[in-house]
Structures are given as structure tokens and as C-alpha cells.
Design a protein around this ligand. Structure first.
Ligand code: HEC
Length: 118
């Protein structure tokens, strides 16, 4: 009895929940990559490349505004050992394909302005 009376409410709740979940996944598809990239950068890259992609050490490259394809290609090369650098080889081996995509999304999304020397 009680269950039968509650069925419409349960159905409505389920539909609402599915609707919300669907909406959230749609919206977060892009932002999720960027935010996952930011989190990874904060945890793994920031100490040398900065959260803003400005190198904190003279030999660590600036990455802000770098082309996404270039960042992905370099990280894959470090991971495969085709590009050799002691620290970056170790770091790249800790990244899966999604991590590489996400950190590249983060650094390439930082907007920079260029000024030629006078
Ligand atoms: C311990 C310091 C350190 C950390 C941490 C670090 N890097 Fe690096 N990274 C370097 C150095 C030094 C280089 C230059 C290596 C070389 O000469 O090949 C470099 C090079 C790179 C390059 C190539 C740049 C270019 O212009 O070709 C990319 C891309 C890169 N790092 C991405 C990352 C990402 C993404 C992370 C985090 C997942 C990270 N690095 C973490 C020190 C670091």
C-alpha cells in the first residue's frame, strides 16, 4: 500500500535526478578537463613551471599559452623516453593519457600577450 502510493513520488524523484545528472555531465565535459588539469598542475608541475606556466627555475620552460598539441607531444615523448631529461622522464611516466590531455588543456588555455622588443 505505502509503496504503491509512493511510486509516483519515486518516479518523479528519479526523473529529476536523471535530468540533473545529465545536465551536469554535459556542462562539466569541458570545464572538467580544465579543472582536472589545474588540480594535476597544482599537485605535480607547479613547483617548477608555476600554476600560471611561468617557470620558477631558469631551466624549466615557460608553458603558459603554449600550443596544446606541442605540450601533449613533448609529454608523450618524455613518457616514452624519446625526449630525454632525467626529471621530466620520471614525471611524465606518472601521467596517463587523460592527465596529459588535461594539463595541456590548462597551460594552453592561459592567455598571454606578446610584445616585441623595441
Ligand atoms: C622538478 C621540476 C619539474 C617538474 C615538477 C615538472 N617539470 Fe616539466 N620541465 C622541467 C625542466 C627542467 C624542463 C626542461 C627539460 C628539457 O630540457 O628537456 C621541463 C620541460 C617540460 C616541457 C617541455 C617544454 C618545451 O618547451 O619543450 C613540458 C611540456 C613540461 N615540462 C611539462 C610539465 C608538466 C605538465 C609537469 C607536471 C605534470 C611538469 N612539467 C613538471 C622541470 C619540471
Amino acid at each position: 500500500m505505502v509503496v504503491t502510493r509512493m511510486l509516483p513520488i519515486l518516479a518523479a524523484t528519479l526523473i529529476l535526478a536523471l535530468g540533473l545528472a545529465g545536465g551536469l555531465t554535459d556542462n562539466q565535459a569541458f570545464a572538467g578537463d580544465l579543472m582536472a588539469g589545474k588540480a594535476k598542475v597544482e599537485a605535480t608541475c607547479q613547483v617548477c613551471h608555476g600554476i600560471d606556466g611561468q617557470a620558477t627555475a631558469p631551466m624549466a620552460a615557460n608553458l603558459s599559452g603554449q600550443l596544446k598539441e606541442y605540450i601533449v607531444a613533448q609529454l608523450e615523448a618524455y613518457r616514452a623516453g624519446k625526449r630525454r631529461h632525467e626529471q621530466m622522464n620520471i614525471i611524465a611516466k606518472m601521467l596517463n593519457d587523460d592527465d596529459i590531455e588535461n594539463v595541456a588543456e590548462w597551460y594552453s588555455s592561459i592567455k598571454i600577450t606578446i610584445e616585441m622588443p623595441n
